[in-house]
Write a protein that binds this ligand. Structure first.
Ligand SMILES: [Zn+2]
Ligand SMILES: [Zn+2]
Length: 182
C-alpha cells in the first residue's frame, strides 16, 4: 500500500498529541474533517464517549474502508463500551498505544494489487493472502456474512464466509489453526 493517511482525532494535550507511525502520513485534528474519506486509518480518542461514538459513526459513513481505532481508557474494563463502539463501526477498541502501532503496521502492510473486493467493507485490490489477513484484522467483531467466496478461483457458496476463508484459504505454508471454542 502507498503511504496512507492516518487521522488522529483527539483533544489538546492528551497522550496521543505526539502520536506518529512511520508507515503513515499523520494528521492531527480535534474534530473529524470531511476529508476523512481519504484516510486509510482513523485513531479517535476523547474522554467523552458519546462524542467518540458519534465520530466513529461519522468516520464509518464517510470512509467505509478506513480502519477506525477507538482509543479509550475504559476499553479493557467496560464491555458495553466495546460493544457499542463496534456497533458504531469501529474496527478496534483499545487503550494501549503499542497495540495501536501493531495494528497500523498490519494495515499498512496490506498488499492491494489483487482483484478481490472485501464483501464487508468494500476495500478493493486485495489478494487472496491479504484478504485472509484483512478479514480478521478489520472485521472480527462485525456480523458474519454468507454468499459466494470472492476469491475468483473458488467462488464457493458458504453460509459463513469468515469461517470458509479461515479453513479454505490459509496462505501457502501456513497451517490452519484449529478453533475449538474453548
Ligand atoms: Zn473489509
Ligand atoms: Zn473460497
Amino acid at each position: 500500500m502507498d503511504q496512507g493517511v492516518l487521522l488522529v482525532c483527539h483533544v489538546d494535550g492528551d497522550e496521543l498529541s505526539s502520536f506518529s507511525n512511520p508507515s503513515f502520513t499523520v494528521h492531527h485534528c480535534t474534530s473529524l474533517p470531511t476529508s476523512a474519506v481519504s484516510a486509510s486509518a482513523c485513531l479517535l480518542a476523547r474522554s467523552n464517549r458519546n462524542d467518540m461514538f458519534q465520530k466513529t459513526r461519522d468516520a464509518r459513513m464517510q470512509a467505509p474502508t478506513t480502519f477506525v481505532i477507538f482509543y479509550h481508557q475504559d476499553a479493557t474494563e467496560d464491555a458495553l463500551l466495546r460493544e457499542e463502539a463496534f456497533e458504531c463501526g469501529a474496527n478496534m477498541v483499545t487503550c494501549y498505544v503499542p497495540h495501536v502501532q501493531e495494528a497500523l503496521n498490519r494495515v499498512a502492510a496490506q498488499q492491494l494489487q489483487g482483484n478481490i473486493t472485501c464483501p464487508w467493507c468494500g476495500l478493493q485490490g486485495l489478494t487472496p493472502e491479504s484478504f485472509y489477513l484483512h478479514q480478521p484484522l478489520y472485521h472480527i467483531y462485525h456480523a458474519n456474512i454468507d454468499g459466494y467466496c470472492p476469491i475468483k478461483a473458488c467462488r464457493a457458496s458458504t453460509s459463513n464466509l469468515a469461517r470458509h476463508l479461515h479453513h479454505t484459504h490459509p496462505p501457502p505454508g501456513q497451517k490452519v489453526e484449529e478453533r475449538t471454542g474453548h
